[in-house]
Design a protein around this ligand. Structure first.
Ligand SMILES: Cc1cc2nc3c(=O)[nH]c(=O)nc-3n(C[C@H](O)[C@H](O)[C@H](O)COP(=O)(O)O)c2cc1C
Length: 303
């Protein structure tokens, strides 16, 4: 059997497959389908400092080969997570990644500090969140603000820090370099791609928020391209996601330069998707006589 384990910022993952933040809750619903220890890790639902209701419905819309969402980070807040969700995840035998989603730098610092004395293995800082002090422009769209929030959170925590990049930018490689220089131990990408649908009967946007984030197989080629660009721009590990729904996608994403992959929207149509990807990856490595999954990372030979 091939080695499936990978190391990201000193954290050992038994395999490189991780359910993506916001698509797996805090694991409870999926424990009914399979034991969580089968997974390389879990990126939990994004947490804000205070409880958040999210956006009004409708906030989900199907699209060809994907979905649009404008859930708006509905969550019960970091204190609730620590008191009520983390105890259930602890000792489940999988890496726990806490997804941090503050609307100010100060909020992100406080969330990181609160998580610092807990059993979470790693922080994933979501910089696609709107910065309320800058008119709601996402932290992740400029090198300066992306680096600023990364540096502030880096100082606030001893945990390994992975920064999750927004694809809604012109030059993803320069943002990745900026967060690496600011102290990120790893980057993950992509978050959802901004999109919109219109109901032609009532001439209104389908989502109450007008716009939403596109995810699912529709975004996969965009994600592969961005992961490849970022992997060639930084010296820290890259975790790739966006549209992965089968083991072949995971192989492709790793060949583009990802050390591990996250699986998001595909879980909604097939809760078993992450474990099927792990099995498929394992069989692929054995069938191809590849002894170690790490051999795949960035092995694509560009023309
Ligand atoms: C319903 C929904 C909720 C999400 N919530 C979060 C979140 O709380 N934090 C975050 O960083 N990403 C969140 N995401 C983005 C996913 O983690 C992932 O980056 C994106 O969906 C692309 O991967 P996919 O195409 O496999 O879904 C969410 C995505 C969906 C569909």
């Amino acid at each position: 059997m091939a080695n499936l384990s990978v190391n990201i910022a000193g954290v050992e993952f038994k395999n490189p497959v991780i359910p993506a933040s916001g698509t797996f809750g805090n694991g409870r619903e999926y424990e009914k389908f399979y034991p969580l220890h089968l997974l390389g890790g879990i990126s939990v639902k994004g947490m804000t400092l205070n409880p958040k209701d999210g956006n009004p419905p409708p906030r989900i819309a199907e699209t060809p080969a994907g979905m649009l969402n404008s859930v708006g980070l509905q969550n019960p807040g970091v204190d609730y997570f620590i008191q009520n969700e983390l105890p259930n995840l602890e000792n489940k035998g999988t890496v726990i990644i806490a997804n941090v989603a503050g609307s100010t730098v100060e909020d992100c610092i406080t969330i990181a500090q609160k998580l610092d004395d807990t059993c979470v293995d790693m922080l994933e800082l979501n910089i696609s969140c709107p910065n309320v002090k800058e008119g709601g422009v996402a932290f992740g769209v400029s090198c300066q603000s992306a680096a600023g929030i990364t540096q502030a959170v880096r100082k606030a925590t001893k945990k390994p820090l992975m920064v999750k990049l927004s694809p809604n930018v012109t030059d993803i490689a320069s943002i990745a370099r900026a967060v690496e220089d600011a102290g990120a131990d790893a980057v993950s990408l992509i978050n959802t791609v901004l999109g919109m649908r219109i109901d032609i009967k009532n001439r209104r946007p389908i989502l109450k928020n007008n716009m939403g984030g596109l995810s699912g197989p529709a975004v996969f080629p965009v994600a592969v391209r961005m992961v490849w660009q970022v992997a060639n721009a930084v010296n820290i590990p890259v975790v790739g996601m966006g549209g992965i729904s089968k083991w072949e996608d995971a192989v492709e994403m790793m060949m583009a330069g990802a050390t591990a992959v996250q699986v998001g929207a595909a879980i909604f149509s097939n809760p078993y998707c992450p474990v099927e990807i792990i099995d498929g990856l394992n069989n692929y490595l054995d069938d191809s006589h590849i002894a170690d999954v790490n051999e795949l990372i960035g092995c694509v030979k560009p023309w």
